[in-house]
Design a protein around this ligand. Structure first.
Ligand code: CIR
Length: 257
């Protein structure tokens, strides 16, 4: 049974970092309700969902994906690109240490987990405003010791690599061509998001299913047509904080390989 580490929504979520999204009022109670539904969706797909307590002084702490990269035999604590987010990792590290030996990205490197797309033993890493060359080089060294290859990928116009592309199967990606080039992923089958659904590429794969944000019916249909089992969750309040479905969990096999 996979573990899914999550963290309850901070009451200060409205003070979150925003880069490519204009600030709009966030209904915290609604965000918390949506987040609970997200946790239930993960549980319904077979995850054992662990929930850390909300961090009232850390607006973005619900986005646990960004503070760690969990591999089969090791977890790498990142050093998030936004200085306001660097304290979020401590409690996640404490929990992750029960499942994996820990390594960490050190200054001056920066890396956000949202930039790391794992497909098999390849880690595609977004060259974003959050993940710098030193952070990517440190990841390549640490993950290389566990047999993973790291490929840096240019992105534009979005926060993280996984805003632009995620894996729906080992050989198939869902991709927003405005933000990342399909040519960066040779050998993969690419499903493009519908052009009218800009933010539809961030889906969370769990086993043979994917969890995708509600509100993207055309892209949803493209996935169904490709034979993918799709579960939708309404994360509209979290989207106002520039998050979606991958960012709210760290999903990994309980036993280290
Ligand atoms: C931030 O700017 O850091 C947060 N407001 C959103 C982070 C979303 N993380 C993700 O998609 N991996």
């Amino acid at each position: 049974m996979p573990i899914a580490i999550t963290r309850d929504v901070s009451p200060t979520l409205a003070d979150c970092q925003l880069t490519h999204v204009a600030r709009s009022p966030i209904d915290i109670e609604r965000a918390q309700t949506q987040h609970r539904a997200y946790q239930r969706a993960l549980a319904s797909l077979g995850c054992r969902v662990l929930a850390l307590e909300a961090e009232p002084d850390m607006p973005d702490a619900v986005f646990v994906e960004d503070v760690a990269v969990v591999l089969d035999d090791v977890a790498i604590m990142t050093r998030p690109g936004a200085a306001s987010r660097r304290a979020e990792g401590a409690s996640v590290a404490e929990l992750l240490a029960r499942y994996r030996p820990l390594r960490s990205i050190e200054a001056p490197g920066t890396l956000d987990g949202g930039d790391v797309l794992r497909v098999g033993h390849t880690l595609f890493v977004g060259q974003s405003g959050r993940s710098n060359a030193d952070g990517i080089a440190q990841l390549a060294k640490l993950a290389g010791q566990s047999g993973y290859a790291v490929r840096a990928v240019p992105i534009r116009g979005c926060l993280h690599l996984k805003s632009a592309v995620t894996a729906v199967r080992d050989d198939t990606l869902l991709l927003q061509p405005a933000w990342v080039d399909a040519a960066s992923f040779p050998g993969f089958t690419v499903i493009e998001v519908d052009p009218s659904e800009e933010h539809a590429a961030n889906i969370l794969r769990i086993g043979d299913s994917v969890v995708m944000p509600a509100g993207f019916p055309r892209t949803h249909q493209r996935l169904v047509d490709a034979g993918i089992d799709v579960v939708t969750v309404d994360v509209s309040e979290l989207q106002k904080a520039e998050g979606a479905t991958t960012c709210c969990s760290l999903v990994f096999a309980e036993a280290a390989a």
